[in-house]
Write a protein that binds this ligand. Structure first.
Ligand SMILES: Cc1cc2nc3c(=O)[nH]c(=O)nc-3n(C[C@H](O)[C@H](O)[C@H](O)COP(=O)(O)OP(=O)(O)OC[C@H]3O[C@@H](n4cnc5c(N)ncnc54)[C@H](O)[C@@H]3O)c2cc1C
Length: 510
């Protein structure tokens, strides 16, 4: 007789429903049953509107129709993030989802560009060799055309209403056999011998037994943190922001295909354009600014009237020391949190769901296998640490002298891994490159150059090219990028064509 592994997911936020949907899509139903518990009384965090390009892969994995998804979630397209005032006031740059130039002779583009500067060729600013940035600067968007070599320069992500996305996935997953239970978990029982989570008790007194548990209970981390006592690693010494005010306002005329992040005295403000409204938030550190001042700062910078009262969210930067212990894996806020500066949370959920599905124990093992757990935790650790270093880079490379938050983040001791990356860039212009996962070469280039850092010299290998040839190739590439962007429709035109006319502004949850 074949056995069935009973998977129990605790939590119905984005993490819970992303996990449930992916499980329903790839696990054979006669071998795995999937139950999700959510509590209307507790609710979800309800933010998380900006994403990374990998989310398209996740939707593709589920076979979701892109235009239906965009309509249902009031989504827009995202080619990157514009950072304003991060280096110093008045300065801005874009972190694109696309490459800067091309590899010539196997040598990364930044070396050719730096060499051209050094040789007096007067190349255009680096960002003008990036297709995604050129499109952002024109508020333009089009799908990469895989048949044209010119269009392989960029990818894209989405902005959407987080509550609508979780609802969309919920409908999708339930239609494919996920069982949903509404109820509040008040007790978690562990097997005295194996240490595995075994039974959940609800407020109603009912119980539910499972073999494999996924903790998607949000910041509280009900199973992994509270019950299994996996310690919290605090990273607030590097990422001191601990609060955010969030508020939607009416949609403005400035319908950008990018998220905007504007540095402030005590943190930074996000601006996310959706079809029917603009999402705004002020992430800040209470060490450097009061809650009231942060709220007033946010309301003072909205493009249009706020639709509801701002809502405050509290958090700490860090993660659980292990994301998977025994027969319990934590996803989303239950496993860790890094501020939304680079929209990484939903990506971390997606990656963890995919890794979990690659490594999920066979039903016969009744939910735990130490080797698989170790591998999952190794991958999760590496990803968290890379993202942490990348986020710190935004803070540390600033020239906002005389402002307490910015002076503080410029002067604290860095993680060793980041010190190494900065030294490598400073001496030769080399940046990290990973086969999978974020953040890699072009992202680092965008932020390093964007925040005014310049290496002492470039890679010697770039010397192979004759200077005349270099000048000509730079001219051609520059023209190609500009022409391509000029041919694109505006973001608003493309959305109207793809999704139908954007709905009129209306109040929604945030
Ligand atoms: C200010 C801010 C801005 C953000 N912006 C972005 C962004 O732009 N992009 C991005 O990718 N991410 C962003 N995030 C992160 C993103 O919101 C979360 O990663 C995502 O929503 C997943 O949340 P979750 O599902 O882990 O938790 P939650 O949404 O908190 O869901 C927890 C679930 O557990 C349930 N639950 C809890 N306790 C119990 C219990 N005892 N019994 C039963 N059910 C229970 C709740 O009812 C709920 O359904 C942001 C986060 C914050 C704080």
């Amino acid at each position: 007789m074949t056995s069935t592994l009973r998977i129990v997911i605790v939590g119905g936020g984005s993490a819970g429903w992303m996990c449930a949907a992916a499980c329903a899509q790839v696990l054979p139903p006669h071998r795995y049953s999937i139950t999700l518990i959510e509590s209307d009384e507790i609710g979800t965090v309800g933010v998380g509107e900006a994403t990374l390009p990998a989310l398209k892969d996740f939707n593709d994995l589920l076979g979701i129709d892109e235009s239906e998804f965009m309509r249902e979630t009031h989504g827009t397209f995202k080619l990157g993030i514009e950072f304003r005032d991060w280096d110093r006031r008045g300065q801005h740059y874009i972190h694109p989802f696309g490459s800067f130039g091309q590899l010539w002779g196997g040598v990364e583009f930044q070396h050719h560009w730096m060499r051209a500067r050094e040789r007096g060729l007067n190349p255009a600013p680096l960002e003008e060799y990036c297709g995604a940035i050129a499109a952002c600067r024109r508020n333009a968007f089009d799908f990469p055309d895989t048949r044209s070599i010119r269009s392989t320069f960029y990818g894209y992500a989405y902005h959407f209403d987080a509550g609508l996305y979780a609802g969309f996935l919920r409908t999708w997953a339930i239609a494919r056999g996920v069982q949903r239970i509404e109820g509040q978990v008040v007790g978690v029982a562990v097997n005295g011998e194996s240490g595995n989570v075994e039974t959940l008790t609800f407020k109603s007194g009912e119980t539910l037994t499972g073999d494999f548990f996924v903790d998607c209970s949000g910041f509280r981390s009900l199973l992994l943190g509270e019950k299994l006592q996996v310690p919290w690693e605090d990273w607030s010494e590097w990422l001191p922001c601990d609060r955010a005010w969030a508020v939607p306002c009416e949609r403005s005329a400035d319908f950008t295909p990018f998220t905007r992040s504007i540095a402030q005295k005590g943190g930074w403000i996000w601006r996310i354009p959706l079809q029917h409204r603009t999402g705004n938030g002020h992430v800040f550190s209470t060490r450097f600014i009061s809650e009231d001042e942060a709220r007033a700062t946010l309301l003072g910078q909205l493009d249009a009237p706020a639709q509801i009262e701002p809502r405050m969210l509290r958090f700490r930067a860090g993660r659980r020391a292990q994301a998977w212990r025994k027969n319990c894996v934590a996803l989303g806020l239950a496993s860790g949190f890094l501020e939304p500066l680079e929209s990484t949370s939903l990506f971390l959920i997606q990656k963890a769901v995919q890794d979990m599905l690659r490594l999920i124990p066979a039903p016969e093992s009744r939910g735990s296998d130490a080797r698989l757990t170790r591998e999952f935790n190794r991958q999760s650790d590496a990803l968290y640490e890379r993202i942490r270093d990348f986020l710190i880079l935004h803070y540390v490379a600033n020239r906002r002298v005389g402002e307490p938050l910015w002076d503080h983040v410029r002067s604290y001791p860095l993680p060793e891994s980041l010190t190494h990356k900065l030294a490598l860039f400073g001496s030769r212009g080399h940046v990290p490159y990973f086969k999978d996962g974020f953040f890699s070469r072009d992202s680092w280039l965008a932020v390093l150059f964007g925040q005014g850092l310049m290496p002492r010299t470039y890679d010697r290998l770039a010397e192979f090219m004759a200077v005349d040839q270099l000048a000509e190739k730079l001219r051609d590439l520059h023209e190609c990028v500009a022409t391509h962007a000029a041919d694109m429709p505006t973001h608003a035109q493309l959305i109207a064509r793809f999704c139908g006319q954007p709905p009129r502004s209306r109040a929604v949850s945030t």
